[in-house]
Design a protein around this ligand. Structure first.
Ligand code: SF4
Ligand code: SF4
Length: 426
């Protein structure tokens, strides 16, 4: 049976998407463009190119999966689902690099992942010292970027009278929420998960814990490893069924995009109906807090560059909500880089597998971010934080890269929304 690439059929090869594609901009090769990849995938779907064809695999591996081409396309081409389907088909016959299999196996298995990531956290100070431009230096930079400190001068109390009037206890509320804590997010960014829970409570959510949850499987889907991804999806669907009326809050764009597609991933599975209900409960944290208000915090007199992750703006079509969230922080100036709709070159294991191309894409991103001279960069995805953070450190820059919710959390802390026993956040 031939693979269906029907979502690509509306393509009229107009080329409007070419200048939205970071890999085409970097290489100038039509086969590294959406239009070129669509032709390759359609030929594969018709059986005109074999799955063993190295050119097909090479150019599809060099796709970031950023979906900027979908946003740019006037014909409604569904590039993402076709890419996933073709990669899954290729994974059946082609060898997936051992490094990729190893990383994905570790992410899927909590008993291995947790101690490894705990050890990685201990290495952060060393990583900060060794961060640099070389291959190894960049990897250290990625680890160092997982916890970067922000220094913001404290406003005098008189500067925020409205906020002081609004102080209230952090009692939670009546709308129920559970936080998706993920694998990398929990191992290297648990401070962001904690900030997510605190800011939800301040905005009227009662937050419950889901201890049996695990990796979302997004990286497995991107690599074409559908069966391991399905196994992870089933675990999460069952784990979150304990709180059937709670919204599932997600602070990682990549995880959120994957979780919202669990109904598609488990189509035909005995858990399909539960997966559809699960996917319907998934909400990005920026969506949730923007819809809730959000409550104003204390001033943070600083400038941030807001770089939206591809899996937020292109995959989930969430663009304004991060700005609405940051709008709850008085005196915070938010700037957008000129190419805010372009990928940073992270894309999961892409930055390791396609190192040179990834750095080329990152260089363009940094060229638009650094002239803004921000005090910090904010972006809502762990891969983007690590990629941009490592790039900044390699360039000798010290501005931290943070999640938007970390700034809201700091603002709330200064506003007095948390009591003295709440542990320090980001
Ligand atoms: S994907 Fe869309 S924008 Fe790109 S060539 Fe095809 S029709 Fe044109
Ligand atoms: S998903 Fe991104 S990298 Fe891949 S073809 Fe589309 S725009 Fe280019």
């Amino acid at each position: 049976m031939r693979l269906s690439t029907a979502g690509l059929d509306p393509c009229v090869h107009c080329g409007f998407c070419l200048q939205s594609c970071p890999t085409y901009i970097a290489t100038g090769d039509e086969a590294d463009s959406p239009r070129g990849r669509i032709v390759l995938m359609q030929s594969f779907g018709r059986g005109e190119i074999a799955g063993t064809d190295d050119r097909l695999a090479h150019h599809l591996q060099r796709c970031l999966g950023c979906l900027a081409c979908e946003s740019a396309c006037p014909s409604g081409v569904e590039y993402g689902p076709a890419l996933e389907a073709v990669r899954a088909e290729l994974a059946k016959t082609r060898t997936i690099p051992i490094f990729v299999r190893l990383v994905l196996a570790v992410m899927a298995e909590a008993r291995i992942r947790r101690p490894l990531l705990a050890a990685s956290r201990l290495l952060r100070p060393l990583a900060r010292l060794l961060a640099g431009r070389s291959k190894v230096g960049f990897q250290f930079g990625m680890l160092a970027a997982t916890r970067m400190r922000l220094t913001v001068p404290q406003e005098p109390p008189s500067a925020a009278p409205a906020v002081q009037d609004a102080r209230r206890r952090n009692d939670g509320g009546t709308r129920q929420a559970v936080v998706f804590r993920g694998c990398i997010m929990e191992g290297l960014f648990s401070h962001v998960n904690d900030a997510t829970e605190r800011t939800l409570r301040v905005n009227g959510f009662a937050v419950a814990a889901v201890p049996q949850q695990g990796c979302c499987g997004a990286l497995h889907v991107h690599a074409g490893l559908t069966e391991p991804a399905k196994a992870l999806a089933r675990c999460n669907v069952r784990a979150f069924a304990e709180h059937p009326n709670a919204a599932i809050a997600v602070n990682s764009a990549g995880c959120g995009a994957a979780l919202k597609r669990y109904g598609h991933l488990l189509a035909g599975d005995p858990l399909e109906d539960e997966a559809l209900r699960f996917a319907g409960r998934v909400e990005d944290i920026h969506e949730m807090l923007a819809a809730a208000g959000p409550r104003r915090g204390a001033p943070l007199a600083m400038t941030v560059a807001v770089d939206p992750p591809c899996h937020l703006q292109h995959a989930q079509h969430i663009v304004d909500e991060p700005h609405a969230l940051l709008g709850a922080v008085p005196d915070l100036a938010c700037l957008s880089p000129a190419d805010a709709d372009h990928c940073c070159g992270s894309a999961g294991v892409f930055s390791v597998l396609e190192r040179q191309l990834s750095r080329q894409v990152l260089a363009r991103k940094l060229d638009t971010l650094t002239p803004l001279a921000p005090n910090a960069i904010v972006t809502g995805n762990p891969g983007c934080v690590m990629q941009i953070g490592a790039g900044m450190l390699a360039a000798g820059r010290t501005e931290p890269v943070l999640f938007p919710v970390e700034l809201l959390d700091l603002s709330y802390r200064r506003a007095g929304y948390y009591d003295a026993t709440t542990p320090p956040g980001g």
